[in-house]
Design a protein around this ligand. Structure first.
Ligand code: THU
Length: 151
């Protein structure tokens, strides 16, 4: 995982981060006031976005990354190739990179294993972005049961 200044990123990555930033506008976050947006570029180039959707029953809240990823794979036969995530709060675009929660890491990893294609993850803030080239890196030692697969 490497941290870059945003201006060091290539144009495709900058564009995906802008789409994630735009997606924060559809966030529903009346409880945390933390508006997260995610954008997924598929292997065929198509881009899907999502945002966090909260609920008064807190465990029912869904993160932006999962909204975007699950929407993407239900509307495309291509594989997720790069996911960008970022957020805004009451002060605007957050300066620190936004990193996915454990549950989203588990979903990202299974997407990668399911499609056999590495998923790059761009964790963006206003000034700096953490870039991870492979979802395995975000969840070392993830749950994996070959016995479960055989039953
Ligand atoms: N959240 C996301 O959508 N993605 C992340 O990577 C971090 C957390 C959401 C969940 C909740 O709606 C709010 O941000 C505060 O935790």
């Amino acid at each position: 995982m490497t941290q870059y200044e945003n201006q060091q990123l290539n144009e495709a990555d900058k564009e995906l981060i802008q789409k994630a930033l735009q997606a924060t506008e559809t966030s529903y976050a009346p409880y945390s006031k933390f508006h997260v947006g995610a954008a997924v570029r598929m292997t065929d180039g198509q881009v899907f976005t999502g945002s966090n959707q909260e609920n008064i029953a807190f465990p029912a809240c869904v993160c932006a990354e999962r909204v975007a990823l699950l929407y993407a794979v239900t509307h495309s036969n291509a594989a997720p190739a790069t996911l960008a995530v970022t957020a805004t709060d009451r002060d605007g675009w957050v300066s620190e990179p936004v990193t996915p929660c454990g549950e989203c890491r588990q979903v990202l990893l299974e997407m990668q294993r399911r499609f056999g294609t590495p998923v790059r993850i761009l964790m963006a803030g206003k000034t700096a972005t953490l870039v991870c080239e492979n979802a395995e890196e975000l969840l070392p030692g993830a749950f994996q049961s070959t016995q479960l697969a055989q039953s």
